[in-house]
Ligand binder design. Structure first.
Ligand code: GMT
Length: 374
């Protein structure tokens, strides 16, 4: 197939899923055209089936808000028509699904019928999409899509609960490349960070309030009070400075390392013992899946779709949102040398159920149905 993928090109989960999907589709012989405002971060190599088309938004003094959606729509029209695409797959409803709808209408006037598949990733539904500023457009553009997918059963339920959706939503979970995300031997790195055999806890996120990074620090404080441990914080975002201050206020600055954004996150995951995900909302939890693939069990909340991934008492534990005391208790249980090996093994085994090769055919099937239905 000749497939167009529209996504955010950043480190965020939806952009990562879209890019990895496109790369896997290209390896399976499809031609994949990425349409976005900059080169996706994980699209950093040459493959004869992969193409990248940059959306350029011309500046004009009149525009207080440059109309990205219009430039994106025009680019989609151009690429669908000239590259003869069979399907457009847009990741994240806002504004990609509505831009795709407009592109579809323009192309119709040119005698071209392009099927559109929309994948809902989470915050486009649970946070931003619900806002009255966007809700009518989100509802309309989902209903106008030829195929709709959501990354968890919980996100599907939420979408039906908050929007008047008439379309069938197919659940296609996040996936993982197990050849990249596996435990690697990085003992020199571990020795540098935890020279006295301390346990290593880790959290990776975009440091937005929905991630409750403050709870990460408070869980770590509880664990640290009971045993020698270090905390690695990977990523960056609005809450980082506040968390750096909190680390000092808790007098834990010696035991907490802020590593910033990392390309090779699998290397730090490889030396970690426990992943913390105390999110307020999480449609799937790709970061937890990446950790599990590297044999790192997960202490999480029961938010959104996390329990569909993290099995309580098996691959980690699941607590109520904000219940820091319970997450401390669970973390100490998992970190006990008697329990840790079985949690690590189970985490990896669970991750193997989301191997990329098992999930990509679901998208291929979805494209075929959308092409038939359109
Ligand atoms: O987690 C984020 O804030 C980034 C966000 C995104 O849209 O890029 O991630 C969402 O999509 C990921 C991929 O489908 C999911 O694994 C994340 O759980 C989801 N984040 C939230 O629902 C908060």
């Amino acid at each position: 197939m000749n497939i167009g993928i529209v996504c955010y090109p950043t480190f965020g989960g939806s952009g990562v899923v879209a890019t990895e999907l496109g790369k896997a589709l290209a390896q399976r012989g499809h031609r994949v055209h990425f349409i976005t405002y900059s080169q996706p971060v994980r699209l950093d190599f040459f493959n004869e089936n992969l193409f990248y088309h940059e959306v350029y938004v011309p500046a004009y003094p009149l525009f207080q808000f440059p109309p990205y959606e219009l430039a994106l729509t025009s680019k989609m029209v151009d690429i669908v028509q000239n590259e003869k695409l069979d399907v457009l797959h847009v990741h994240y409803a806002i504004p990609h699904a509505s831009a795709a709808y407009m592109a579809k209408q323009i192309l119709r006037t040119r005698g071209i019928n392009i099927p559109v598949v929309t994948t809902l990733h989470g915050t486009d539904i649970t946070l931003v999409g619900k806002d009255a500023s966007y809700e009518p457009v989100v509802t309309f553009s989902i209903n106008q899509s030829d195929g709709v997918t959501a990354v968890s059963a919980d996100l599907k339920r939420e979408t039906y609960a908050y929007f008047a959706i008439e379309k069938d939503i197919q659940v296609i979970p996040n996936f993982i490349d197990l050849s990249r995300f596996r435990k690697q031997n990085k003992s020199h790195f571990r020795a540098a960070i935890a020279p006295d055999g301390e346990k290593l806890l880790i959290h990776t996120s975009n440091f937005r309030s929905v991630k409750r990074v403050e709870d990460v620090l408070r869980i770590f404080a509880g664990v640290r009070a009971a045993l020698p441990a270090k905390l690695l914080l990977v990523g960056d975002g609005p809450d980082r400075s506040r968390m750096e201050k909190l680390a000092r206020d808790l007098n834990l600055q010696q035991d907490i390392r802020f590593l910033g954004k990392l390309e090779a996150v699998e290397e730090v995951l490889s030396v970690s013992d426990l992943f913390l995900m105390p999110s307020e909302n999480e449609s799937f939890g790709l970061a937890a899946l990446e950790a599990m693939a590297c044999e790192v069990p997960v202490v999480s909340t029961n938010a959104g779709g996390i329990p569909e991934l993290n099995v309580h008492g098996v691959t980690g534990t699941v607590s109520a949102i904000g219940d820091v005391a319970d997450m401390v208790k669970n973390a100490l249980f998992i970190l006990d040398d008697e329990n840790l090996p079985r949690f690590k093994d189970a985490a990896r085994a669970r991750a193997e159920e989301f191997e990329i090769g098992q999930i990509v055919p679901m998208y291929e099937e979805c494209y075929r149905s959308a092409i038939e239905a359109a």
